[in-house]
Design a protein around this ligand. Sequence first.
Ligand SMILES: [Zn+2]
Length: 174
Amino acid sequence: MNQARETLRQFIERESHYLWGRRYLLSVKYRDGKPSVELDHKRIALSVRPGSDQIKRAAVLHEWHKKLLHAAVPPLIAKWEKKLGVTVTGYFLQRMKTKWGGCNHRVAHIRLNTELVKKPKDLLEYVIVHEMTHLHEPTHSDRFIAILDQHYPSWHEARAELNDLPLAAETWKG
Ligand SMILES: [Zn+2]
């Protein structure tokens, strides 16, 4: 699954950041103590040590994104292991410049792009279903499409939405 690169963010006060498909404003507080991120209905409140530069601020937010994904992904994998009758032996969260996900069907590993935390959750689910379907069928063959049609008939819409979103201008191939 392919995506275009995100526009560069500076991780500064009042900058827009997306989470699960919703737009939030970033607030940045500098204070001593362990860096933290909190979410309310409007804001992502980032707290970092005084002097933390853009790279550090980005890293704190990225760790938070991974934490959110590690909470969201395993229940979805478990749900689809039952539905699809496959077993995932491991999943990996990665920054990927051009793909939403990947699958190593020989060892039953799937990879997920950490940028998915910024998309609506049903798109994360779609990418998981897509990659897990590769455990039945490594290529995008008619058989692959037939399995998706049977288990996730709205895949056309999900794929179109991933391709339409600003961060995903390229044609999906994943
Ligand atoms: Zn694929």
